[in-house]
Design a protein around this ligand. Structure first.
Ligand code: SIN
Ligand code: MN
Length: 241
C-alpha cells in the first residue's frame, strides 16, 4: 500500500489533492502576503523577488493567512501526514511558501530538512513535509527532485551553503555523488497546480534555478509527532523557520 511505499521510498505523490478553486484562493493569498515587509519574507536578486514566506498557518503575525491555516488543517492533508508518521498525535511544526520567480528564482542545493530541525532541538527524524504546487512545477521552472529511499542513510554530515539568499545546511558534493551511485535515479516531482507530494525529513532533495518565464509557487507544510516536540537548546533559530 501507499504507506509501505512511503516507508520504502521516502515520498509519495498525490495528483489533484487540491482543486483549482482551492489553489486560486491560496494563490491570491500568496500575492497579498508577498507585499508584506517582515523577517518572515525572504527576498533575493536585483528585483527583490520573494524567495520564501514563512508561518502562513498561524492566526497571528505578519504573514498570517486564514486560507493557508485552513488548507494545512484539511483532513486529507492531516490523514496522509498521520499515516506517514505512523502516529495520530501530530502538530504542524513549520509552514512556508517558496516563490521561485521567473528567470530570477534560485536553486536549492541537495539537502535533508531534518538536520536544521535537529539543531533546533528535535530529537528524532519523525517529521514529514507535504508540499502542494500552487503553479505548475516542471523541470524547466525548477521543480523539486528527490533521491528515492535516501532517507535510509540517516543524518549525513552537511556543509553550510551560503550561495543563495537563504543559507542552509546542504549535503556535501562528495556524499551526493556516492549516494547517487547507490540509490535509484533522482525523480522530478513535477505536476500541475493542486498536485501534492509528501516526503520524509531525511530524504535528500534539491531543485534547480527557474529558467522559465513563469513563477513556480509551492507551499510546504511540515509535521512532527507531538511526542517529538523540540527540547530546549541554546540559540535555536526563530520559530518560524
Ligand atoms: C526546500 O527544500 O525546502 C525547497 C525546495 C524547493 O522549493 O524547490
Ligand atoms: Mn528542504
Amino acid at each position: 500500500d501507499q504507506v509501505a511505499q512511503y516507508d520504502e521510498q521516502g515520498y509519495l505523490v498525490f495528483p489533484d489533492l487540491f482543486s483549482s478553486e482551492e489553489v486560486d484562493v491560496l494563490r491570491s493569498e500568496v500575492d497579498r502576503i508577498s507585499k508584506v515587509n517582515s523577517p518572515m519574507v525572504v527576498r533575493e536578486g536585483k528585483d527583490s523577488a520573494v524567495k520564501i514566506m514563512f508561518r502562513l498557518h498561524e492566526a497571528d503575525g505578519d504573514t498570517a493567512s486564514p486560507a493557508f491555516g485552513a488548507a494545512c488543517r484539511t483532513s486529507r492533508v492531516l490523514r496522509i501526514a498521520q499515516q506517514c508518521l505512523h502516529d495520530d498525535e501530530i502538530y504542524m511544526h513549520h509552514c512556508k511558501v517558496n516563490m521561485k520567480a521567473a528567470i530570477e528564482g534560485s536553486a536549492w542545493p541537495w539537502h535533508q530538512d531534518f538536520h536544521s530541525w535537529h539543531l533546533d532541538g528535535i530529537t528524532k527524524p519523525n517529521m514529514t513535509t507535504m508540499t502542494v504546487m500552487l503553479t505548475e512545477a516542471s523541470e524547466f521552472n525548477g521543480c523539486m527532485y528527490v533521491l528515492p529511499s535516501s532517507h535510509k542513510v540517516g543524518r549525513t554530515d552537511p556543509r553550510w551553503d551560503d550561495s543563495t539568499a537563504y543559507k542552509l545546511w546542504a549535503a556535501r558534493p562528495h556524499d551526493m555523488k556516492r549516494f547517487m551511485g547507490h540509490f535509484p535515479k533522482p525523480v522530478a516531482i513535477a505536476g500541475g497546480p493542486g498536485t501534492a507530494a509528501i516526503f520524509h525529513c531525511n530524504l535528500l532533495h534539491a531543485s534547480g534555478h527557474n529558467l522559465s518565464p513563469d513563477d513556480r509557487w509551492q507551499v510546504f507544510f511540515s509535521f512532527n509527532q507531538c511526542k517529538n516536540r523540540p527540547t530546549e537548546v541554546e540559540n535555536p533559530r526563530p520559530d518560524y523557520v
